[in-house]
Design a protein around this ligand. Structure first.
Ligand code: SF4
Length: 413
């Protein structure tokens, strides 16, 4: 057995695809530019969670992304003391096979399971079944968990995210194999919003954990800029940057000190209508551009979301927010969901047209899906409204929800 090395891996390849044979690692193609004809991009991304974990523990780590089964077996047979698997719920069936193989060939190995797939696993299996496959399910932020698990003492030391593999995307007529032009960082994990359908707020117990301070974020962006001239945008994971205006102000101040970087690079932020509106009211619309933001993912969810308890959609005018952002050259991803209980045949097209009227640069159209572990999933189970679908069908377009006013196929169309 290896004495002092751990293995972090994703599920093996090939993995189940999404409806329309889309790949889960092609977020731009399966979501943001879906249905855009020749302009639908082909993109790839990486399992950054494992890279961040690997950079932040003292034990040497081997990272595998979507290994072939044979390569996975070869690694397992070396006898790692710890193997961590980071997964989406859609890959759970394959993950269980991986765990069975590890148990058989390397019974002393401790198996850790994390990310949204870990939350789904914990929600759908009883304790005994969980123990059969996995030693620890990691709920919440993983770096500090892993440091603690490995017996490190200074678990709260800063978290590095230096120069991870780059993601990339392009329309296929330009390149089917786009070079890495998108860098990736995580400024914070988790959201205090508490929307019932949201996996992230559930995974981090409605709490935000900061991973990079404003100074660290800008410094990490500068590293990408200096080392990889092809990088044009940094994708910065955070569920809603605009809930933390002081954080953004810190970024703005430091960004303005980097005029060269400003000319070549921008970053992808996350926001919601009300909190973007509130930020602009306090600091002015120009402040958004001065922060270096080039694109914002905005969870519009529905025209009617505010009147149905989704607090991020109560005050600001979505039309004005989108117009202002576009007028400053900031691109938008407008996200909308079909299949809320308040949706019916009389209002669903009105709702979709509302999203269209915002002219988002990109869009994300998904179905209301009760992802295991969310508040929605718990409530729908209590109401006996979760269909028993295969693990491969647990994703944003899942058929699991029994809608109040629609047959399942209607929300997919
Ligand atoms: S605001 Fe967005 S990230 Fe936060 S809980 Fe709601 S859906 Fe999730």
């Amino acid at each position: 057995m290896l004495a002092n090395e751990i293995l972090l891996t994703t599920p093996t390849y090939p993995y189940p695809t999404l409806p329309a044979n889309d790949s889960l690692t092609d977020a731009t193609g399966q979501r943001f530019t879906k249905g855009d004809n020749v302009f639908t991009m082909v993109s790839h991304t990486h399992c950054f969670a494992n890279h961040i974990l690997a950079q932040n523990v003292r034990t040497p780590v081997v990272v595998m992304e979507y290994p072939r089964w044979e390569d996975f077996k070869t690694e397992v047979d070396k006898g790692y003391p710890v193997i961590g698997i980071s997964t989406y719920p859609v890959h759970l069936a394959r993950v269980l096979e991986m765990c069975e193989y590890i148990r058989k060939r390397s019974p002393a190995t401790k198996i850790l399971l994390g990310s949204h797939g870990g939350m789904a696993f914990r929600s759908v299996y009883d304790k005994e079944t969980q123990r059969k496959y996995v030693d620890r399910v990691v709920h919440g932020e993983g770096v500090r968990f892993l440091r603690r698990f490995l017996g490190e003492t200074d678990v709260d030391r800063p978290i590095r995210q230096a120069l991870m593999p780059k993601a990339g995307g392009a329309p296929p007529f330009m390149s089917k194999y786009p070079v890495g032009n998108i860098a990736f960082l995580v400024s914070g994990l988790g959201c205090i919003g508490g929307c019932d359908f949201c996996s992230t707020t559930a995974l981090f117990d409605q709490h935000r954990t900061e991973l990079l301070s404003p100074a660290e974020l800008v410094e990490h962006m500068r590293l990408y800029h200096d080392h990889f001239p092809s990088v044009s945008q940094v994708f910065v994971i955070e569920e809603d940057h605009f809930r933390y205006p002081k954080y953004l102000e810190g970024v703005r101040e430091l960004w303005m000190e980097q005029p060269k970087m400003m000319e070549q690079l921008d970053w992808f932020a996350f926001g919601s209508i009300d909190f973007i509106g509130r930020y602009a009211e306090k600091y002015g619309w120009d402040a958004l551009a001065e922060t270096g933001i080039g694109t914002i993912f905005i969870g519009v969810e529905s025209k009617f979301a505010g009147e149905h308890g989704y607090k991020k959609r109560k005050n600001a005018n979505a039309q004005e927010v989108f117009e202002k952002l576009h007028s400053m050259g900031i691109r938008t991803v407008g996200a909308w969901m079909c299949g809320f209980d308040f949706h019916d045949h009389g209002n669903v097209l009105e709702d979709l047209n509302y999203l269209v009227s915002l002219y988002p640069t990109y869009q994300q159209l998904t179905r209301g899906a009760p992802l295991p572990g969310t508040a929605l999933w718990t409530r729908m189970n209590e109401e006996n409204r979760v269909s028993d679908v295969p693990r491969e069908d647990v994703h944003f377009w899942s058929s699991a929800l029994k809608n109040v006013n629609f047959e399942p196929h209607e929300t997919l169309n």
